[in-house]
Design a protein around this ligand. Structure first.
Ligand code: NAD
Length: 500
């Protein structure tokens, strides 16, 4: 049952000394604490390899909070709820020690046996930890037991099934919270509201009125120190299998009969099931891959992907993907959903552009001026907002003259509002037992099924890499993907809220 308040809980963070815990989890938990959203009865056990003490962890948590929040009120009280347990994930004795501490804290803070196990660790440990939690008795309490799992969930369908089978022996599907942090983003959550709470959009939200949808998620940074991980992943697995396909599902799904996790996820599953399956020989027709080469910025050398640390100098790994997805159902037949994502692109931005079809007859057409199509732009990050592009009469001009105008809503402009970090919302949801914004196994399986065909083809074909320079919007072939359908990528920088 979803609760409005967070119940008493013990949160165990596996990987407590790691980067994710430091940058995201501790500040998010602190935000919940400060807003009074964390139950008074809570405790956190940080679990990791290093031989830290409670005091060391508490100082570490304090530092991580103070890095992002300067006026951290009651920080001492907050960190007093943190405990540290040195641990080796494959050692039963470690779990027995952990259980002892968990039981003590359960009594000390009256936590009613409610437990959240957050696995902020490398994915190869997920299955082992889940199994030990059961066999070593950490799930032997009367309260709830929820498992939170970071991405990536598997490397392909086969490995995802294996991992799922292992964790399902311990946790029911309802108690598995697979994180896709895009689903915690304010404007990703807003997609549903924009669609289903406005009479003006839903009637037009189909193949009769929408010509194409474009989703761009671009990064300016390269792989930095994550080359080793990225070599085994690439942009397709790192971004498309999860975040990009999740955004497609939210944009394309039917209205759920009610706003419950079950109904919403079931509508998303139908979209993923309706994705046109691509045969190996068709991959080139629907997908373009890229890898950044070196460039120069302000006179400085910017390394190409193959020059990055822990990257094979002849690497075949994609740092960029563009694709055309077709959803073969009644609502979307014939409407391309174009997606693109990559590293070392021109700007850091995630935007969704819904391009409407042209009006049936253009009264305002003249030889030198065509009417611009209506666009609805959803700004996901870093800006958050919505822009609607319309045509209006050119002020003071002739009746025939039109000019594009933009209706702009910026979330960032709302006075005093700092939209919560995705992890804050997701942790809050998990504590309340709301799995809506976490990925269901069926979604994971369908997404891998779709992506596997592409990756299999790519892994067996040597690419002509590098094929785009750092600081650009990707390879030329990605433009061709749209050109052949009579479209083009809308220039992202021109659509920024500041330019609207
Ligand atoms: P990290 O390497 O910084 O931290 C790993 C943690 O695991 C450390 O606390 C380490 O002590 C612990 N650990 C490793 N081996 C262990 C063992 N044998 N026994 C006990 N503890 C062990 O990793 P990270 O960047 O924090 O990422 C953690 C997970 O979160 C990964 O699945 C990653 O893909 C995912 N993730 C991270 C980010 C991010 O921003 N860092 C973003 C999205 C997803």
């Amino acid at each position: 049952m979803i609760q409005s308040e967070t119940p008493a809980s013990l949160i165990m963070i596996f990987g407590a000394t790691g980067d994710l815990a430091k940058r995201k989890l501790y500040p998010s938990l602190y935000h919940l604490f400060r807003k009074g959203k964390l139950a008074e009865h809570f405790a956190v056990i940080g679990v990791a390899r290093r031989p830290w003490s409670n005091e060391v962890l508490r100082e570490h948590v304090k530092d991580s909070v103070l890095t992002s929040i300067k006026d951290a009120e009651n920080i001492e009280e907050f960190i007093s709820h943190f405990y540290y347990q040195p641990h080796d994930v494959s050692d039963t004795d470690s779990y027995i020690e952990l259980k002892k501490l968990a039981n003590e804290l359960d009594s000390k803070y009256s936590l009613q046996g409610n437990r959240i196990f957050y696995l902020a660790m490398a994915p190869e440990f997920f299955g082992t930890i889940a199994e030990h939690l059961k066999t070593d008795g950490l799930t032997d309490t009367n309260g709830f037991h929820r498992l939170v799992i970071e991405k990536p969930f598997g490397h392909d369908l086969e490995s995802a099934i294996q991992l799922n089978n292992r964790i399902r022996k311990v946790f029911s599907e309802n108690d598995i919270y697979r994180i896709d942090h895009y689903l915690g983003k304010e404007m990703v959550q807003n997609i549903e509201v924009i669609r289903f709470a406005n009479a003006i959009f839903e009637p037009l939200w189909n193949s009769r009125f929408i010509s194409n949808i474009q989703i761009t998620s671009s990064e300016m940074l390269g792989v930095e120190e994550r080359g080793g991980y990225y070599e085994t992943s690439g942009a397709l697995r790192d971004m498309v299998q999860n975040h990009m396909l999740q955004m497609v599902a939210l944009l394309a799904m039917e209205p759920p009969i009610r706003l419950t996790p079950k109904e919403i996820r079931s509508e998303k599953v139908k979209v993923l099931g309706a994705l046109r399956s691509i045969k190996v020989e068709e991959v080139k027709q629907y997908f373009v891959r890229g890898q950044y080469g070196p460039s120069t910025e302000n006179g400085e050398h910017v390394p190409g992907y193959r020059e990055e640390v822990n990257v094979n100098p002849e690497s075949n790994t994609d740092t960029y993907v563009a694709g055309k997805l077709m959803i073969d159902n009644f609502r979307w037949a014939g409407v391309p959903f174009y997606i693109r994502t990559g590293k070392r692109m021109t700007e850091k931005s995630t935007k969704i552009i819904i391009q409407f079809k042209d009006v049936p007859m253009n009264l305002y057409y003249s030889s030198d001026k065509k009417l611009a199509p209506n666009l609805l732009v959803i700004h996901i990050q870093p800006e958050e907002g919505i822009t609607l592009h319309l045509n209006a009469k050119e002020s003071g001009g002739q009746m025939m003259e039109t000019t594009p105008v933009k209706l702009n809503f910026s979330n960032n402009d709302i006075a005093g509002l700092n939209t919560p970090e995705a992890y804050e919302k997701l942790l809050f949801d998990c504590l309340r037992g709301d799995a809506t914004n976490f990925t269901h196994w069926d979604e994971v399986a369908l997404s891998w099924n779709f992506v596997d065909k592409i990756s299999t083809y790519w892994e067996n074909e040597k690419a002509e890499f590098p094929n785009y320079a750092a600081g650009t919007m990707g390879p030329k072939d990605a433009d061709e993907l749209l050109k052949q359908d009579g479209f083009f990528w809308w220039p992202i920088a021109d659509l920024d809220v500041d330019n609207c």
